[in-house]
Write a protein that binds this ligand. Structure first.
Ligand code: ZN
Ligand code: ZN
Ligand code: FE
Length: 757
């Protein structure tokens, strides 16, 4: 009988996820000797045995992969047998590393049963975890993923934990964050006014919350500000602290049963609510909830994702859990930054957070994910790049400015950072630098090429220039359109119609683009059509004051004789006059093709948004909520013109604005107007897509840009285009917002490298 041996390399998220014990069990059960170890690119497996066959091993490797592992690639070759007589797990090798690290994972069922069982030594222990669950990305400081390279290094394992950690058959074998009440992190409750520790019992935290107090609670990626969600007075105080009158607040509910009292849950939404990534899911409201999410039709709810949260919510069905930060600044991770101005008490613990991450926020649209914010639970999942674009270069993409992310490219994969917020705030820019430094360490990444937005003044663009390495710039909406191609594994070569609607992106003519139809491939684009330019009186100020856009669009549609509208009557005469003058004299009034700003105008005219908004996309969100409340079936839409005598084609929306004014004068309900407005945009998209197919034979459409966070628009656009035989691609694993600029920038750079070699 001849002995045979094989060397397998498994790439993917295979470190720190219970992969080696799994291989150990699998190999020994099939009678192999050999070893498994972590190596730079993933996991190496050496298998040998008499008459060895690999089929069964490979089959089970694929079908029984541990829950947190993601296998990207398995390669193997036959090698000389070493004559080993048992199977072992070797220590990590220290070679050059590029391995994937798992996102943070919600507490698993087995751990939950332990903390509920008075006979277990981890009964009610808030930091219980195992190889299938617990913190990962937020505690790792460096690779390889071993305990001494995490923020758990500070805790010396007790003999009991040590035993579990060392036993390949234990659920906690090599679980780096392993801990117990004996040796692990501990909680403390402090009064913020005095800084004094008042308790180390979770029951006290529950008591304080029930009394209406506001607590900052340390979670995985940072602090939440919390209060009892059934106490309107507490919520009011929390809103005052956050300086948020109407911006929706996220909730954390004990279980699905509680969630269903507040919102409707579809089967797909349920899957996401209970998934190991535990995002906040935006659900259709059942109750009005004026304190939580005023003027909106949805409410964001998540389920507990650490033992601490589970234990807390046993005695409190639902809490408000919003990121603790000062207005627009990054989420806080250190106790020292939390003072009495933010909360009454702080529930903290002594495990440090190595990397911050906000909660992820998703919606389900047409049965698939739509990311509002991609962070905890999803970062840093790697995204494989289509074969034909792969390169040996290491590339950094710095994104845009608002809702920014960073992406890095190495060895065939893109890794996109968590949501970093708006870089025009210096604190968020600090977070940007901190995150880049973290990614450099985790992935042993040294950029050889950097890609930024075309905008000359973005902090991210200036940062890219300062690196002193080759620097590429990509137009904003082109980058938006490229991002979904990567996740849908589209090879270079075919043209598509990229439809990119958002608030603002710097155009290659220096104007503020945002309603773009691009005929593109990876290498470049032709601006096929766009929403006709309208004035943007006051530039950025117009984005905060929807009434300005209402004036701009009325001016465009009616010229000097503006119609009487109820909405504009609320604006003081002198302010109205000065805006009209600004537009006439073109003072501080750039031109914009932004669909986001068009939403602002229509929302204001319909009386659905205040003159000044509190949070980004407030006006469009309210307009969408109004439209969604319409119960009757609406099919009609407003008139518009596609002007084909110019290149690019111009979408003249003035007829629609005039009809909206007529509808308002006829006292048609604003909700119906909102609905017809949405359907008008769907019709604009359909007509241009049909036109592009007729002229250029293009039937692949890519939807991108923050406006497509709108469920009603995305849902209807996808359906109508598909019904007309188009292939519709939209971001699913990434947000359509500016969060996806950085992966799109990488796509452009990779193609550029391919073209030049
Ligand atoms: Zn577990
Ligand atoms: Zn222990
Ligand atoms: Fe954008």
């Amino acid at each position: 009988m001849s002995r045979r041996a094989f060397r397998l390399i498994v790439r993917g998220t295979v470190q720190g996820v219970g992969f080696r014990p799994f291989i150990y069990r699998l190999a020994t059960s099939l009678g192999f000797s050999g070893f498994v170890r972590n190596i730079g690119q993933g996991v190496e497996i050496h298998l040998e045995k008499e008459q060895a066959l690999l089929d069964e091993f490979l089959l089970q490797l694929r079908s029984q992969t541990p829950p947190l592992a993601r296998i990207e690639e398995v390669s193997y070759q036959e090698i000389e047998p070493l004559g080993l007589n048992q199977f072992t797990i070797s220590r990590s090798s220290q070679e050059e590393s590029f391995v994937f690290i798992s996102p943070d994972i919600a507490t698993c069922q087995e751990c939950l049963e332990e903390i509920d069982n008075p006979k277990e030594r981890r009964y009610r222990y808030p930091f219980t975890n195992c190889t299938n669950c617990g913190p990962r990305y937020t505690i790792v400081q460096e690779l390889p993923y071993d305990r001494d390279k995490t923020t758990m290094a500070a805790f010396k394992m007790c003999p009991d934990c040590q035993k579990e950690y060392g036993n390949p058959l234990d659920r906690r074998y090599h679980a780096q964050p392993i801990a117990c009440p004996e040796c692990g992190p501990k909680i403390a409750i402090k009064e913020t006014r005095t800084g004094k520790k008042i308790s180390d019992s979770l029951a006290e935290a529950v008591r304080l919350l029930k009394k209406g107090k506001i607590l900052a609670i340390k979670g995985l990626g940072g602090f939440h500000l919390t209060c009892d969600a059934t106490n309107p007075i507490a919520i009011k105080r929390l809103r005052k602290i956050k300086q948020r009158k109407v911006k929706p607040l996220a909730l954390m509910a004990r279980d699905l049963k509680v969630i269903k009292e507040y919102a409707q849950v579809t089967p797909t939404e349920k899957t996401w609510l209970t998934s190991p990534s535990r995002p906040i899911v935006l659900l259709q409201k059942k109750k009005d909830l004026p304190e939580i999410a005023p003027f909106l039709d949805t409410v964001g709810i998540m389920l507990p994702y650490t033992p601490l949260h589970h234990l807390l919510l046993k005695d409190l069905p639902i809490i408000v859990a919003t990121s603790s930060n000062q207005k627009d600044a990054p989420i806080i991770k250190d106790d020292t930054l939390i003072g009495p101005e933010l909360c009454d008490y702080i529930l903290t613990h002594n495990r440090e957070i190595a990397m911050r991450a906000d909660d992820s926020v998703i919606k389900v649209v047409n049965g698939r994910l739509l990311f509002f914010r991609r962070a905890r639970g999803f970062v840093p999942f790697p995204q494989a790049v289509p074969e034909k674009l792969r390169s040996s270069a290491q590339i950094l993409a710095v994104g845009g400015e608002l809702k920014n992310t960073i992406s890095i490219y190495k060895n065939g994969y893109i890794i996109t950072s968590q949501f970093l917020g708006d870089l025009d705030d210096y604190q968020n820019f600090g977070y940007f630098e901190e995150t880049l430094a973290h990614l450099r360490k985790l992935f042993n990444f040294t950029p050889e090429l950097v890609v930024s937005d075309l905008h000359p003044d973005f902090r991210s663009s200036r940062f890219a220039r300062s690196l002193g390495i080759p620097h590429l710039q990509v137009q904003h909406h082109f980058a938006h359109s490229l991002a979904p191609l990567i996740e849908h594994q589209i090879a270079p070569g075919q043209k598509f119609l990229g439809i990119s609607f958002d608030g603002f992106g710097y155009g290659d003519d220096g104007k503020a683009w945002g309603g773009e139809f691009l005929i593109a491939d990876y290498s470049g684009y032709l601006r096929y059509a766009h929403l006709d330019y309208a004035p943007l009186p006051g530039g950025d100020a117009a984005a905060r004051e929807p009434w300005r856009m209402a004036v701009a669009w009325l001016k465009k549609a009616f010229g000097q004789n503006l119609p009487e509208t109820d909405a504009l009557k609320t604006i003081p005469e002198n302010r109205l006059k000065s805006i009209l003058q600004m537009i006439d004299k073109e003072l501080n009034t750039p031109l914009t093709s932004s669909v986001g700003r068009l939403f602002d105008a229509v929302a204001f005219l319909g009386g659905l948004t205040p003159a000044r908004i509190e949070y980004e996309a407030e006006a469009p969100s309210r307009l969408e909520a109004a439209a969604s409340s319409v119960q009757v079936r609406v099919k009609s839409f407003y008139s518009f013109l596609i002007k084909k005598d110019s290149s690019p084609y111009l979408i003249d929306f003035s007829p629609a604005i005039r009809e909206i004014i007529l509808d308002l004068q006829k006292k048609i309900r604003p909700e119906l107007i909102a609905m017809k407005f949405h359907l008008t945009l769907v019709q604009v998209i359909l007509e241009l897509a049909l036109q592009a197919r007729k002229e250029q034979g293009i039937s692949r459409v890519v939807l991108s840009g923050g406006v497509f966070l709108n469920r009603l628009l995305t849902q209807n656009t996808e359906r109508r285009l598909r019904r007309h035989g188009f292939e519709v691609l939209r971001p699913v694993l990434y947000s359509p917002s500016d969060e996806s600029l950085s992966p799109g920038q990488i796509a452009f750079a990779l193609n550029k490298i391919k073209l030049s070699t």
